[in-house]
Ligand binder design. Structure first.
Ligand code: HEM
Length: 542
């Protein structure tokens, strides 16, 4: 791919190349349009699937790929890494350029300060952190190197590819005793941060939890603590109902199944839209088809489509409404507002920002800002950012402790890491996947901003960026769309259908059984889980 080639020339070469490989039959008419054509017939899609995706051979403890398609660019081109670094640089095209100097309170209340970074009217602010929590349950790459091509099957996935909460349970009380209460091994250890719950911590305040990433920021640490408490209360509930012997295994199954229920019924529709969820459930998965018990995490999901979540993060949040009574009213006290990350927090015992890894009485989450508890609590809700090609500015300067152990410490710019990871996995372009599936691709006219980086990126676009653009252009930033939505939907539903620990596999007619806040029995939402766990605003009294 010539560096000096114009976008139009490259566009036409990319179309020809894909056409020669036989992917174009019947799809050309949709080129450039934003809508989707009917998916290609299964036999045609099968031509571009890897054997693992098609169910022939897998190793669930390794990453894999779905599509047998060429990389988005010539990975040997010496200028490709610097082009991707420029594309993801602070102040560059992906940076939302939020007015961080205006402080966390103003950034939450004055949309004009984030003109490039509008709110998503359909997502509350907690959707981001459940998205991140789900990511940490199923995928963790501690091996591959940024920008260095590696066959995904060479890279172990440290998490089990199932929504089984191994990020919470570890190996269970026998294998991971440090996570559990020595006085009652059916239950987790949970500590106090001063006012409310906190994760158990060592003297240096690192959390004693199964996946270190679940203490990366205050919101995900709050969710982790809520799941620990949820499990403990389910143990109490079962015992009160006459459960004899160890309640651990029965509680674990109830916790997992209620969690899987709300993934399918609450969060996946927020990520990809209800119509796509229904299509995959009713018409089946078209390309993510491992054998039962053989699900694996594909790099098209791990390195690209599911990283859409980075675009939902806000520059600042109100962690709680009344947790900091002794704080400075000029910065919002008694509420605790913070930028999600702020270099000023480096080295502080009780950081000014919302990073994890610290303990102080105000460092807990008042969930009514993040999820809808109804009634008067609804007025406290704040929104996510749209899913688009703009990422909130604090993510262009991550604190070092947000970079997971075992992975390279630099760069600390999340967009640059995501783009270099497209090289690591020899990621296909979004256009080539769209063509292979028969989904109308976005072409160069949708990516004029990429022309300056060369390498033909406007017509052969790295999948991570492509999925963000699809969301922006096709779904107004409210959900993923097209290829990105399909990949996330098929992998989520595939993991739920193909895992032996999942209710959809073991007992598809199962319905939630735990008590709810309100509403009809037989359903369960995250606010019900938080309420059962005792971390809801009524239980906290604030
Ligand atoms: C404040 C919020 C978040 C921060 C600071 C963050 C940070 C990071 C970092 C540093 C990485 C490693 C990047 C690399 O080296 O390639 C990563 C990976 C990833 N992130 Fe995020 N992230 C956040 C939220 C999210 C959300 C909301 C989602 C999805 C909804 C998400 C999905 C992913 C995925 C799928 C990976 C790859 C995980 C793996 O297999 O190792 N992240 N994130």
């Amino acid at each position: 791919m010539g560096h000096e080639e114009t976008g139009a020339q490259h566009d036409s070469r990319a179309r020809e190349r894909i056409s020669r490989r036989g992917f174009l039959a019947g799809v050309g008419a949709g080129v450039g349009a934003a809508g989707a054509l009917a998916m290609r017939p299964a036999a045609a899609i099968a031509e571009v699937l890897t054997p693992r995706a098609a169910g022939l051979a897998t190793s669930p403890d390794r990453f894999g790929r779905i599509f047998n398609l060429p990389a988005f660019a010539d990975l040997n081109a010496p200028t490709l890494p610097s082009a991707l670094m420029a594309m993801g640089s602070p102040g560059g095209i992906l940076d939302a350029k939020d007015a961080l100097d205006q402080g966390p309170v103003n950034l939450l209340t004055n949309p004009a300060l984030s003109a490039n970074n509008p709110d998503n009217p359909t997502h509350t602010a907690g959707t981001t952190f459940m998205g991140q929590f789900l990511d940490h349950d199923i995928t963790f790459d501690q091996t591959s190197k940024l920008g260095v091509p590696l066959e995904p099957t060479q890279a172990p996935n440290v998490r089990t590819p199932a929504f089984d909460l191994d990020s919470v349970y570890g190996g269970g009380p026998a294998v991971s005793p440090a996570l559990y209460n020595p006085a009652d091994k059916d239950k987790f250890l949970v500590e106090s941060g001063g006012l409310f719950e906190d994760l158990p911590r060592r003297a240096d305040h690192t959390a004693i939890i199964a996946d270190p990433r679940n203490d990366e920021n205050l919101m995900i640490a709050g969710l982790q603590a809520a799941f620990l408490l949820f499990h403990n209360r389910v143990v109490d509930f079962l015992r009160a109902g006459g459960q004899s012997g160890s309640a651990f295994a029965a509680a674990q199954q109830l916790v997992r199944w209620h969690y899987q229920w709300l993934i399918l019924h609450e969060f996946l529709p927020l990520f990809i839209g209800q119509a796509m969820v229904d299509d995959i459930l009713h018409n089946g998965r078209r390309f993510y088809r491992p054998a039962f018990g053989q699900a694996f995490i594909p790099v098209e999901f791990q390195g690209a489509a599911y990283r859409f979540g980075h675009s939902m993060v806000r520059p600042s949040y109100r962690a709680n409404l009344a947790g900091d009574p002794g704080g400075n009213p000029a910065t919002g006290a008694p509420a605790f507002f913070g930028l999600v990350f702020d270099p000023a927090g480096d080295g502080q015992a009780d950081p000014v920002d919302l990073r994890g890894g610290a303990r102080a009485p105000r460092r807990f989450i008042g969930w009514q800002t993040f999820f809808d508890f109804g009634g008067t609590f609804t007025t406290a809700l704040r929104r996510n950012k749209l899913i688009d090609t703009h990422i909130s500015s604090p993510l262009f300067h991550l604190p070092v402790n947000t970079i997971a152990p075992g992975t390279e410490p630099a760069p600390v710019v999340l967009a640059q890491r995501n783009l270099l990871r497209q090289m690591t996995w020899s990621m296909p372009s979004g256009q080539s996947i769209a063509q292979a599936l028969g989904v109308a691709p976005l072409w160069a006219e949708n990516f004029p901003e990429l022309q300056q980086f060369g390498h033909g990126l406007p017509s052969s676009t790295p999948l991570w960026y492509y999925a963000l653009k699809e969301a922006e252009v096709v779904a107004g930033g409210q959900t993923l769309a097209g290829v990105g939505a399909r990949i996330v939907g098929e992998v989520f539903i595939g993991l739920l259908q193909l895992s032996p620990t999942s209710y959809l596999a073991a007992n598809p007619n199962w319905r939630p059984t735990l008590p709810r806040r309100s509403g009809a029995a037989g359903d369960f939402r995250l606010v019900d889980l938080l309420t059962f766990a005792g971390v809801d605003p009524t239980s906290r009294g604030q």
